[in-house]
Ligand binder design. Structure first.
Ligand SMILES: NC(=O)c1ccc[n+]([C@@H]2O[C@H](COP(=O)([O-])OP(=O)(O)OC[C@H]3O[C@@H](n4cnc5c(N)ncnc54)[C@H](OP(=O)(O)O)[C@@H]3O)[C@@H](O)[C@H]2O)c1
Length: 289
């Protein structure tokens, strides 16, 4: 699946017809002070899809990097996310405008609800809060201010609840996916719904054991690749859109070189079967932020 991709700018199509580059450049934990330079580097290397969020507190730098890159706005795909404190109809609209102001952009390609409101924190109001937030996202989309809208960290049951009142089905769900945390059932269900799965933490994030795991190393050696490249290729081959992050130019370059090899079916399964290797392994119904 998806082996026809030839570079990070090969396009996938969202369920509303909008095209999205098949690998994105992540910016979580990228400090505001280096965001401009690392985004400029990433764009110079060839990334055209940039993923940020209000809570990363680097949207100003990311926007400066975009502006300084010299690449036309319409050639870039820019995503940001609504933080948890800003849920609700009016607050979502205001938070969206604040994100645009910080990025110095006049539209976003993709805007995501960062996390579902959960029952642990909001009891029976959780579902209504998600519905109200989504209604604002739909209005912003219908006004032409966002080319695609979606969610993040929503499990299938959150989306099913959202769809009771939603007029528009999310185009994307961005969830944690990496070796040791494959989220197989959620990925399959989302793909059946034609909701594109973006995989956050594709390398396991900071401090995980994904990149030093023996099975990963063995497979990497067999292909003359790094374990990071194998992790990214594994996502790509199962139809998940990876969002690797690095503030190091050489690593960002390495993370793009995943189109000149393919994992066999048995290698895919070996990775799928790896035990938990760390990472955030986030459980959206249990978080308290
Ligand atoms: N929606 C959500 O809730 C959510 C949550 C987390 C992340 N995200 C998004 O997903 C993106 C990726 O997730 P992430 O940043 O948590 O983790 P990640 O991309 O899995 O891993 C990033 C870590 O791996 C290192 N790294 C990158 N490339 C490497 C390579 N080739 N070899 C060795 N180490 C390498 C980075 O270090 P250096 O930077 O020092 O090179 C950094 O410590 C984020 O940046 C963000 O855009 C979304």
């Amino acid at each position: 699946m998806d082996n026809h991709f030839t570079s990070v700018t090969s396009m996938r199509r969202l369920n509303n017809g909008v095209e999205i580059p098949c690998v994105g450049y992540g910016t979580f934990r990228t400090p505001e002070s280096v965001a401009k330079q690392s985004v400029m580097d990433a764009i110079e290397l060839g990334y055209r899809h940039i993923d940020t969020a209000a809570v990363y507190e680097n949207e100003v730098g990311v926007g400066q990097g975009i502006a300084a890159s010299g690449v036309a706005r319409e050639e870039l795909f820019v995503t940001s996310k609504l933080w948890n404190t800003e849920r609700g109809y009016e607050k979502t609209k205001a938070a969206f405008q604040a994100t645009l102001d910080r990025l110095k952009l006049d539209y976003l390609d993709l805007y995501l609800i960062h996390w579902p409101a959960n029952e642990k924190q909001f009891g029976q109001d959780a579902e209504k809060l998600n519905a109200e937030t989504w209604r604002a996202m739909e209005d912003l989309y219908n006004e032409g201010r966002i080319r695609a809208i979606g969610v993040s960290n929503f499990l299938p049951h959150h989306i099913k609840a959202l769809m009771k009142t939603a007029k528009i089905k999310p185009m994307v769900d961005q969830i944690e996916v990496h070796p040791g945390w494959p989220q197989t059932e959620a990925v399959q269900w989302l793909q059946e719904q034609d909701i594109l799965v973006e995989g956050w933490g594709p390398l396991g994030g900071q401090g995980a054991k994904v990149l030093v795991n023996d099975t990963m190393k063995e497979i990497a050696k067999a292909h003359g690749k790094s374990t990071a490249q194998v992790a990214l290729r594994w996502e790509l081959q199962q139809g998940v859109l990876p969002l690797p992050k690095s503030v190091h130019r050489e690593r960002s370059a390495q993370n793009m070189e995943i189109f000149d090899f393919a994992l066999s079916e048995s290698e895919m399964q070996m990775i799928q079967a790896l035990p938990n290797l760390g990472g955030q392994c986030a459980k959206p119904d249990e978080v308290d932020f």
